[in-house]
Design a protein around this ligand. Structure first.
Ligand SMILES: Cc1cc2nc3c(=O)[nH]c(=O)nc-3n(C[C@H](O)[C@H](O)[C@H](O)COP(=O)(O)OP(=O)(O)OC[C@H]3O[C@@H](n4cnc5c(N)ncnc54)[C@H](O)[C@@H]3O)c2cc1C
Length: 412
């Protein structure tokens, strides 16, 4: 099988974004739901592993789409980028959903461990041995390449829950362990959405005909799927909390701590901010009690190294890759206030909380504008997109064609 590959550095991500820019308009709107298979996907960006680590930013993607196609033709692409910001805001306002998922995952794993039939069904699903050809191919593609097309993720999750009858938490965990773009908000909330727990009573049902049409006939699981399931029962999502306030930038020279959630420090801090020391940590294995695939860990650490190299060059100080246990000593040695990009709810935020270091967490204007609006469903959120773009101007700019220097949603 041809496998997709994904850049783990900003230069590669910018090149992919530039190559995809001409297709961010009508081509994307018309083609985004169809998955022609690995190596043939021209109508989607395949930038999620880069965006997830902010090797490129949401502002740069939206800015590029608007500059290239205008607001009307790029509307669908821009909206999908805002889905990411909506999910991040939704979880940031309801961190209990992540904690609940982690608790349910442990419980569901114990239930499966005690049932030989479920254990076998889980092993077959993860190994791609269910006999449902499309599902098995996606399981293999996920394990081999660390990525799946959005529509394939929807079909896969639906078949996992409603046809195979496996706990949704274990499917979400399988995705997290293998996705290069694995993200606490997009992954957990999309699985909840497919199951019918996110928008109550509305679940996503994978249908053979839809799969046949949108895989261009590569798959046709007719007669193999449960096409009339009930949504999973669940309480409504909790009410949103107020968004926790970010810190302000200390006046003195600072030490900068990077992590895998935000690796474009050039646009987080103005070049005049005196950065006297730089370090970075990555804890991709903490995304699941079972750790993560080597491909995923390697990708996250390569992205971090790229962020550190660029930061060293941009701020003119050496940058070090640290283990979390070494951060307190590094901070003590430098004796400076430690500044870090805001880490949204998830495993990196948990790791930062456990460092034993006082952190000054800075939030980008992009997140500051989007997240508080994720109080209800996506459709009311979507109404805000034109106002958000106007508010975030001039941050919403494409990056320069050569070299660096602008774009990215600069914060303090
Ligand atoms: C069950 C399930 C689990 C998912 N888990 C993740 C995850 O862990 N991490 C993740 O980044 N995305 C996740 N997604 C969302 C989506 O599938 C991927 O972001 C998308 O497939 C990435 O492909 P692309 O870069 O070609 O996207 P494009 O279609 O080119 O879109 C551009 C960017 O917009 C964002 N985006 C597009 N669609 C969505 C969406 N539906 N939800 C959120 N953001 C979106 C992505 O950052 C993407 O890179 C999940 C979706 C489902 C249904």
């Amino acid at each position: 099988m041809t496998m997709e590959t994904f850049p783990a550095d900003r230069a590669g991500a910018l090149a992919r974004m530039a190559a995809f820019a001409p297709r961010m308009g009508r081509d994307y709107a018309d083609g985004r739901n169809t998955d022609p298979g690995p190596g043939l996907r021209r109508d989607i960006s395949r930038l999620s592993p880069a965006l997830r680590h902010r090797l490129v930013t949401e502002a740069e993607l939206v800015g590029t789409a608007l500059a290239e196609h205008g607001a009307a033709a790029s509307g669908k692409f821009v909206q999908e980028v805002f889905w990411r910001s909506y999910w991040k805001g939704f979880l940031e306002l309801r961190p209990g959903l992540w904690d609940q998922y982690r608790r349910d995952l442990v419980q569901d794993r114990a239930v499966v461990a005690n049932s030989p039939a479920l254990r076998e069904a889980l092993a077959r699903a993860e190994a791609g041995g269910t006999g449902i050809a499309c599902f098995d191919a996606w399981a293999e593609e996920l394990r081999e390449s660390g990525w799946l097309h959005n529509h394939a993720r929807m079909w896969f999750a639906s078949i996992w829950i409603f046809t195979l009858g496996l706990p949704w938490t274990l499917g979400a965990d399988f995705f997290l362990r293998h996705l290069l773009d694995g993200d606490a908000a997009s992954n957990t909330l999309s699985w909840r959405w497919v199951a019918g727990m996110q928008t109550r009573g509305k679940h996503y049902v994978a249908r053979a005909e839809n799969i046949r049409t949108h895989t261009l006939g590569r798959f046709d699981p007719v007669g193999q799927l449960n096409e009339s399931p009930l949504p999973l029962a669940a309480p409504p999502p909790p009410a949103p909390r107020p968004l926790p306030r970010p810190d302000t930038l200390p006046a003195a020279p600072i030490a900068l701590l990077l992590h895998e959630d935000d690796l474009h420090p050039e646009s987080l801090l103005r070049p005049t901010v005196p950065v006297a020391a730089i370090a970075g940590i990555a804890v991709p294995e903490a995304r699941s009690p079972l750790g993560c695939a080597t491909l995923v860990a390697d990708h996250a650490r390569a992205a971090l190294r790229d962020g550190l190299d660029r930061a060293a060059q941009h701020f003119g100080v050496p940058a070090t890759l640290l283990e979390p246990a070494g951060v307190a000593e590094w901070a003590r040695d430098h004796g400076l206030p430690v500044v870090t990009p805001w880490s949204p709810v998830g495993w990196t935020a948990t790791a930062l909380d456990g460092l034993g270091v006082t952190l000054h967490r800075l939030r980008r204007d992009w997140d500051e504008a989007c997240w508080p609006l994720a109080t209800k469903g996506f459709f009311p959120f979507r109404e805000n997109i034109p106002a958000l773009i106007a508010r975030l101007h001039p941050h919403v700019l494409p990056p320069p064609l050569a070299g660096e220097g602008r774009g990215g949603g600069r914060s303090p």
